[in-house]
Design a protein around this ligand. Structure first.
Ligand code: CAA
Length: 260
């Protein structure tokens, strides 16, 4: 890693972390050093009780333009398998426990689109473009494109994107449900941070439980998911913050959550 140019920068302020992918190439190819640094930062955030939500963003040109194609070029099957190309570290991003908001400007392609989909909420600048162009390179998406994209946008559009490699605009991503909002490009970071702060105002254990429960819905049958949710709901009765939240509502005041 180049110490003078760390590939990931983080600013922690007021319960929110803003993590910026800042590779020397503004297209942010997802090189190992960048993904390693991202994972390390997310682990720090998970361990920091003062931070409750994170915005993940990229450069003005790209959230990320995908896996590092130049690094992949010389690999054969044995090396790709041995090094667990793409697999290595991605499960660690998936395991991040606190709310993670992707704020996407420019290209989110291949692994970049897949990284955005690993986040809990995706908001896009008007100039964002989302795509899975791997087919153009003669490869299959490797970090969830064929799995998370159909869950996000449905089979037909996911097939169209993965089989043609063509990207979609922010407006189309909004219509398809891939992103939750599109904002003017110069407002993206402010809006994403505002969203993170509105999450960070709540109780951390409750935020963690909600994230776990929503993610469980993608992994389980409806009845299993509903049971998991109900048990989380019941477990909430053990939290001081549950008593505080209900008391504050009844007393018509703001709650003072203690994350307990
Ligand atoms: N990896 C490595 N280098 C990349 C890169 C990538 N994913 N994307 C762009 N670059 C490099 C280019 O090679 C070029 O380097 P040089 O100046 O040394 O030639 C530099 O960044 C600038 O790129 P362009 O000149 O192409 O920039 P552009 O503005 O004309 O186009 C772009 C931008 C449309 C994003 C184009 O660069 C592009 O199509 N990139 C590849 C996108 C892609 O195929 N992503 C999928 C990768 S595979 C993957 O992600 C697998 C997976 O599922 C995890």
């Amino acid at each position: 890693m180049n110490d003078r140019h760390p590939p990931v920068r983080a600013v922690y302020e007021d319960r929110v972390a803003v993590v910026t992918l800042a590779s020397e190439n503004p297209l942010n190819p997802l090189a190992d050093d960048l993904v390693d640094a991202l994972v390390a930062e997310l682990r720090r955030i998970d361990a920091d009780p003062a931070i409750r939500a994170t915005v993940l963003t990229g450069s003005s040109k790209a959230f990320a333009a995908g896996a590092d194609v130049k690094a992949m070029a010389p690999l054969d099957y044995a090396a790709a398998f041995r090094q667990d190309v793409i697999g290595r570290n991605w499960d660690a991003i998936r395991a991040h426990r606190k709310p993670l908001i992707a704020a996407v400007r420019g290209y989110a392609l291949g692994g970049g689109c897949e990284l955005a989909m690993l986040c809990d909420v995706v908001i896009a600048a008007e100039d964002a473009r989302f795509g899975q162009p791997e087919v153009v390179l003669g490869i299959v998406p490797g970090a969830g494109g064929t799995q998370r994209l159909p869950r996000a946008v449905g089979k037909s559009l996911a097939m169209q994107m993965c089989l043609t490699g063509t990207s979609i605009s922010a407006a189309d991503a909004l219509a398809a449900g891939l992103v939750s909002q599109v904002v003017p490009t110069d407002r993206l970071l402010a809006e994403a941070t505002r969203l993170a702060r509105s999450m960070a105002a709540h109780s951390l254990p409750v935020l963690l439980a909600i994230k776990e429960a929503v993610n469980r819905s993608f992994e389980s049958s409806l009845s299993e998911g509903l049971l998991f949710e109900r048990r989380q709901f019941h477990a909430g009765f053990a939290l001081k913050d549950q008593k505080e939240g209900i008391a504050a509502f009844r007393e018509r005041r703001d709650p003072a959550f203690a994350d307990e």
